[in-house]
Structures are given as C-alpha cells and as structure tokens.
Design a protein around this ligand. Structure first.
Ligand SMILES: [Zn+2]
Length: 64
C-alpha cells in the first residue's frame, strides 16, 4: 500500500466506500473533512482557500 500515489489524497473512509461498506454521504471529504461533504462550490474562491489551507500553499488567485 505504501507508495501508491492515488491513495495519498483518499481517506480511509473512501476505501470503505469503494468496498461498499459506506454510503457516499458517509465518506468524509478530504478537503473539509466533513461527511457529507460541505465544500464550497468547486472553483470558487472559498473552495480554493480550502485547498490552500489543506496544502499549505498560496494557490488561490495565483498572485501574492
Ligand atoms: Zn468537502
């Protein structure tokens, strides 16, 4: 399992979902860590801010 690049951003919950043990709404989102996902709209400033916080980078807006 170690070194699988795909699993890095996938929570343990997603494994359970993939195996049919969890409903998709019970899968904790890796971004907002909430189940069901409570992320802002994809691509919105709020969403990018969330991604920023997760990765610790200045991603949103693209300018400093
Ligand atoms: Zn989310």
């Amino acid at each position: 399992m170690i070194g699988d690049p795909v699993s890095v951003h996938v929570s343990e919950d997603f494994d359970a979902y993939a195996e049919g043990r969890l409903d998709v709404r019970q899968v904790r989102c890796v971004l907002c860590t909430t189940a069901p996902c409570a992320c802002p709209e994809f691509g919105s400033p709020e969403y990018l801010e969330l991604v920023d916080r997760l990765h610790g980078t200045n991603f949103a807006g693209g300018q400093r």
